[in-house]
Design a protein around this ligand. Structure first.
Ligand code: ZN
Length: 482
């Protein structure tokens, strides 16, 4: 079984007026990819399910073990981590010198090492003096990221197969960097759905993926490409939301203002009407999906909040009025602060970003950071996201960890920043009952660090082990069988 990718217009990154989504991904337009047409009916008939039910099954499969481990469900492998402290996300005392027993994909026991019996045959990981921390979550990713400049030119004409393989490599690196869950906020040609399925089946190593599929673009708006059909009416937008629900997206992403990577126009311009945004939120909510918006515009954001928006990406120029409204209505902010701050310049140099692009980055940096500071002060709910590969090197660490560090620099306590990268994010995704913290009964998605990141966020720079769903993917600690 495979996912058939059809009608693959190559990524054209050479155009002088190349529009970019967020600061990167171009959508392929609606109807390019059909996951169901090839892959789903085969599975659906095998399990006697209709496509929608199947989607639900596949969604829950995101929380299953990789195939190799799930085959042993009757006698799940047991791992015990001994000697580390378990970070407490509620701010209370940590469980020190703990024994954390993991059976299959779940944490089954957390207790003092001195009095917790280690099951016979369990694999023991000794982590004396270290810290067990929930796996990190990154809510703004594009595994197929392409940016203007030299790197973008090299990827011109990338085939669908090459895109899927590149995305798989980026997903693998992301997991290895300690990020166990991500949300895709704009991918193309259905490769995100294929990647999500491949990871869930254990064919590819990567984080748990939630996706918004392709971003919904209006003609001439952020992320729209010349020659593409814009979604220029409530009706067209409703149809696009229905299609993404069918494809299996958990989120809908809209672009309601300009962006850094647009070659023209004001970043704070407002691209969609209130009726258009309302059509999207209404249809998405009917399908149990949430809606997030790329936005740098205060006016567009305020209007979209009134129209039922759930989440705002970037928020470069948001005012206190908008942030207060977001806090009142429980609208989430995914800051992606790291894309416009000084430590990102090395990255832009590396990929050969053109001057116009660097100028646009520079034009938002200060305002973006001021906005983040205000958002924290106004108690807006914040979920960590980077708009860069989660593992992208930044300031001698990764974009994900530098993002969390910027949150502290903007006014969060280390504990708040850690929560934004874990339990807060899980809450935004609606999976806080099974992910986002190291607790009995939850999925064993965790990392081990040398120090306590709830006291000093830079402790995340020292990750020694990464586990997802009870499977160790990276381990720099000495391991010994019992
Ligand atoms: Zn983005």
């Amino acid at each position: 079984m495979h996912v058939q990718l059809v009608n693959g217009a190559p990524l054209d990154v050479s155009g002088a007026r190349r529009p970019w989504l967020c600061y990167a991904i171009r959508t392929a337009g609606p109807g390019h990819v059909d996951g169901h047409a090839d892959a789903h009916p085969a599975v659906a008939s095998r399990f006697g399910l209709g496509p929608r039910l199947l989607t639900l099954v596949l969604s829950s499969a995101l929380f299953a073990l990789p195939a190799a481990a799930s085959a042993q469900a009757a006698d799940p492998p047991t791992i015990v981590i001994v000697g580390a402290s378990v970070v407490n996300l509620d701010g209370g005392p940590a469980v020190t010198n703990a024994a954390v027993i993991i059976a299959g994909d779940r944490i089954v026991t957390i207790g003092p090492a001195a009095s917790t019996a280690i099951p016979q045959g369990a694999e023991v990981i000794r982590a004396n003096g270290r810290w067990i921390v929930p796996g990190l979550m990154n809510m703004h990713t594009h595994y197929g990221l392409v940016l203007p400049g030299r790197q973008g030119a090299e990827l011109a004409g990338e085939s669908e197969a090459a895109l899927a393989l590149r995305m798989a490599a980026n997903a693998r690196m992301s997991l290895m960097s300690g990020v166990t869950t991500t949300r895709s906020t704009g991918e193309s040609r259905g490769a995100d759905y294929a990647l999500r399925r491949a990871i869930a089946r254990g064919e590819v190593v990567g984080p748990r993926i939630f996706t918004a599929g392709e971003t919904l673009n209006v003609t001439g708006g952020h992320g729209w490409g010349i020659g593409e059909e814009g979604l220029d009416s409530p009706e067209a937008l409703r149809r696009a939301v229905r299609r993404r629900a069918f494809d299996g997206a958990e989120w809908i992403k809209i672009a309601i203002s300009g962006g850094i990577a647009d070659t023209h126009g004001d970043i704070a311009a407002s691209h969609m009407t209130r009726e258009e945004v309302a059509a999207v939120t209404d249809m998405a909510h009917r399908h149990g999906m949430k809606v997030t918006a790329h936005s740098g515009s205060p006016g567009a954001t305020l209007e979209a909040i009134e129209a039922g928006l759930d989440c705002v990406e970037h928020g470069y120029f948001l005012t206190d009025e908008v942030l207060t409204r977001m806090a009142d209505k429980g609208v989430w902010l995914v800051p992606t602060i790291v894309v416009a701050q000084r430590t990102v310049m090395e990255f832009f140099k590396k990929i050969g970003s053109p001057d116009w692009y660097l100028d646009r980055v520079a034009s938002v940096g200060e305002s973006h950071f001021t906005m983040l500071r205000s958002a924290i002060k106004h108690k807006v709910r914040i979920a960590l996201g980077t708009d860069q590969f989660p593992y992208e090197p930044n300031d001698k660490t990764t974009a994900t960890i530098r993002e969390a560090q910027y949150y502290v620099e903007a006014g969060m306590t280390p504990l708040q920043a850690l929560r934004s990268a874990t339990i807060e994010t899980a809450t935004m995704l609606g999976i806080e009952d099974r992910a986002g913290s190291v607790q009995q009964g939850k999925l064993a998605d965790l990392i081990i660090t040398d120090a306590d990141p709830s006291k000093d966020i830079t402790a995340l720079r020292g990750i020694k082990l990464v586990m997802k769903g009870g499977v160790v993917y990276r381990n720099e600690l000495a391991r010994e069988p019992r």
